[in-house]
Design a protein around this ligand. Structure first.
Ligand code: FMN
Length: 177
């Protein structure tokens, strides 16, 4: 099984990337493509710019989705919504193929240092990603990242760890059945 993984962030110290990497430890026997949104740097989308053509990176983003079987991602929350970096990739890609996520099963996550764990961007994404072709199978938000996550050990708060592990198991069951 080919897994496409990404964080909705371009931060070199992205906590969402840490959460994704922790979850990927449960998929070690699978083929993993952990992409970095820094490799999809494009001009800020505009209808005027798109008249001049689409950046290669927009096609490439759609291609890595096409090439995967499932998607595991965690979105950073900026001002209650997507990071500008993710939104830009998403906007460009959606103009080529509105079904950006191409019906791939998705494990959708978010985390932030705050108590809501990126719950706002999660609510937006889980509501609207399906309109863009995402088959969202499970969702998980990790609140207070710096209290509940250790960079070596991963999620350390027992109830949150159990919740996450249960969801990983449910996700695995759904994608293999
Ligand atoms: C411009 C900006 C806006 C932010 N807005 C929010 C927010 O609305 N909600 C939140 O929980 N955290 C917010 N944060 C804090 C981010 O959750 C935090 O920077 C986190 O590390 C981002 O995820 P990342 O490390 O994966 O990039 C904001 C951070 C920045 C830089």
């Amino acid at each position: 099984m080919k897994i496409l993984a990404f964080a909705g962030s371009t931060s070199s110290t992205s906590i969402n990337r840490e959460l994704v990497k922790f979850v990927l430890k449960d998929f070690q026997n699978e083929e993993i493509n952990l992409i970095d949104l820094n490799d999809f740097d494009m001009p800020v989308f505009s209808v005027d710019r798109e008249k001049k053509g689409f950046p290669d990176q927009a096609h490439h983003f759609l291609k890595v989705i096409e090439d995967c079987d499932v998607i595991i991602c965690s979105l950073a929350e900026h001002n209650r919504s997507y990071s500008a970096a993710f939104k830009n990739v998403f906007d460009w890609a959606s103009r080529i193929n509105v079904k950006v996520f191409q019906n791939k099963p998705m494990f959708l996550m978010s985390t932030s240092p705050g108590g809501y764990g990126g719950g706002n961007v999660m609510n937006t994404a889980k509501t609207f990603f399906p309109q863009f072709g995402a088959d969202v199978k499970e969702t998980f938000s990790l609140s207070k990242f710096y209290e509940n996550f250790d960079l070596e050990a991963g999620v350390i708060e027992p109830e949150m760890l159990k919740d996450l592990k249960d969801k990983i198991l449910n996700f695995k069951n759904q994608i293999t059945n």
